[in-house]
Design a binder for this molecule. Structure first.
Ligand SMILES: [Fe+2]
Length: 183
């Protein structure tokens, strides 16, 4: 829609020039940019983890984290689409190189779990700013995402427990590797 039509109809437009029903608080937009970056970082980190397992012929773990990497990319895409839907432009920030070396499988899974917990914390922070600024649409958008985070954390906590039980015994690790399934 052109600017003049929007003006004629007395509609507001956002930074991208699209019609918007409700402007967004700038601090909320900034937090969404940062969160989108966090999802892209998580995608890159899971990709690195998938490669680490492939190098060790643990194909079950590798496939699981490859899928996790795709899922995180999809999450980043959801945040981008949401910003577009709200008439915002999307700013893609710099990414640092992911970590590629670990001492043990347990360390890898523990870090993956911590990364999911950090993503959830970021969503909680956005949630409270959305509430404070009366942006109910953002709260509704985030609700199913928070549910998904709880499932991801549960899944990784379960894998972490089993890896701990295995106590680095190759036969036990191979059994877990055969059972770990991409979501
Ligand atoms: Fe995610």
């Amino acid at each position: 829609m052109t600017d003049s039509i929007l003006k004629k109809l007395n509609l507001k437009s956002g930074p991208s020039g699209r019609a918007i029903a409700q402007p967004m608080d700038q601090s909320l937009v900034e937090m969404l940019y940062q969160h989108l970056t966090l999802e892209r970082k998580a995608s890159a980190q899971y990709f690195a983890i998938s490669i680490w397992f492939a190098e060790r012929d643990l194909n079950g773990f590798s496939g699981f984290f490859k899928q996790e990497s795709f899922d995180e990319h999809e999450h980043a895409n959801n945040f981008a689409k949401y910003l577009v839907a709200r008439g915002q432009t999307v700013v893609l920030q710099d990414l640092t190189a992911p970590k590629q070396s670990w001492d043990s499988i347990e360390d890898v899974i523990a870090e993956a779990f911590q990364m999911e917990a950090d993503v959830t914390t970021s969503i909680h922070q956005i949630y409270s700013v959305a509430e404070r600024t009366g942006d109910t649409r953002t709260n509704v958008f985030l609700d199913p995402i928070i549910e998904g985070q709880t499932q991801s954390e549960d899944n990784l906590a379960n894998i972490l427990s089993r890896v701990k039980f295995a106590n680095n015994q190759p036969s036990a690790i191979l059994i877990i590797d055969g059972e770990v399934q991409p979501n």
